[in-house]
Write a protein of this length. Structure first.
Length: 355
């Protein structure tokens, strides 16, 4: 079978063990094997790590997943409301972590192909029929979203021309889709401007509160070590990425407020209430050209579907992220930056868990 796992110590587990090193980092302490259940194209097959000795059999192409440190799904905290960092996809994530590590050691000119092989195996392991026995087979749309996420990172990091084509095709898809919605939905209503105004003010207020808390609170040394929240030059607390969270919230708020202002004016409203047919036609052409380029230039033929997948899932991912930033940070930042020794669920020492 495609997964060859350690003997489980009890019912309801796979035998794979993770050691908790920090609240966000784990170590796989029980190596296991995985074999793709469908043949890969030769160019991707050649990009996989060489066969390791001791494979379960010689009938399949086995990949050994060794002991290694992992943060599991690498899902940003603001998207945990959409998909958690662990779950049915955990075994597939461990497979992808190892293959990505190996791919990142390849020369720059070959890295994109190696990353493509890792992502293709990742999608196969997410949908592996044998994983159903362990309830580790991810649902089909979740599998596509997870595969789409790692594929976007692959293009951004290793193929900027492909990423530009992907961005162009996705934007074209949105323009064409908004034109369809505009013509099906009927005439403009003033409700849209009000919703945009409220959303913009809410996001802007959340950014202000989060920025103020980052600038005024300090974290004790124990909490800094446990959560990677370190003081900046002025004594402020937060990871380097936190300031970008605030800036992103402000940017989103500005866009929403400008959109609300435009929608409330007498002239034709912007985007989904006012996309002209010629612009929608250009968007459709851009989507087709960009998708075709990805399908032809990439060793992973499934990449041609990335613009449509990004176009469909992207707005929902952005909506979940915006809601989470506005609500989650306002609710839990006071606890995360409290003057106590740290969050109540912070581990004082490593411990082992069973998957």
């Amino acid at each position: 079978m495609p997964f060859s796992l350690p003997e489980p110590p009890g019912s309801g587990t796979t035998g794979v063990q993770l050691r908790v090193d920090t609240p966000r980092l784990f170590t796989l302490v029980t190596p296991f094997w995985y074999a793709p259940w469908r043949p890969l194209p030769p160019v991707l097959e050649a990009a996989l790590p060489p066969a390791a000795p001791g494979a379960p059999d010689t009938q399949q192409r086995w990949l050994r997943i060794p002991q290694a440190t992992t943060d599991l799904g690498s899902v940003p905290g603001v998207l945990w409301g959409l998909v958690a960092s662990y779950g049915r996809h955990t075994l597939a994530v461990l497979v992808h972590d190892h293959l990505s590590f190996v791919a990142n050691q390849a020369p720059d000119a070959q890295r994109f192909v190696h990353r493509s092989a890792a992502d293709e195996v990742f999608h196969q392991s997410l949908r592996d029929p044998q994983a159903e026995a362990y309830r580790y087979r991810a649902p089909w749309f979740r599998s596509l979203v997870l595969w789409g996420g790692v594929s976007l990172a692959r293009y951004f990091q290793s193929n900027r021309a492909g990423f530009a084509a992907l961005a162009m095709a996705t934007l074209g898809f949105w323009l064409a889709a908004l034109w369809v919605v505009q013509n099906i939905g009927g005439s403009q209503t003033p409700i849209g401007a009000g919703v945009l105004l409220i959303a913009g003010l809410a996001v802007l207020g959340g950014a202000g509160l989060f920025a103020r808390r980052l600038a005024t609170l300090r974290a004790p040394a124990k909490l800094q070590q446990a959560t990677s929240f370190m003081p900046g030059p002025a004594g402020t607390v937060g990871r380097a990425s936190d300031v970008w969270v605030v800036r992103a919230m402000v940017a989103v708020a500005v866009v929403l407020l400008l959109w609300a202002a435009w929608a409330s004016m007498p002239w034709p409203p912007l985007l989904w209430l006012g996309v002209p047919s010629w612009l929608a036609g250009l968007g459709l052409v851009a989507c087709a050209v960009g998708s075709g380029y990805l399908g032809v230039s990439s060793p992973c033929r499934r990449d041609f579907a990335l613009p449509v997948l990004t176009g469909v899932a992207g707005p929902w991912v952005g909506l979940v992220g915006a809601i989470t930033i506005t609500v989650l940070y306002l609710l839990w930042v006071p606890d995360a930056f409290s003057s106590a020794d740290g969050p109540m669920n912070t581990a004082d020492r490593p411990r082992e868990t069973q998957l």
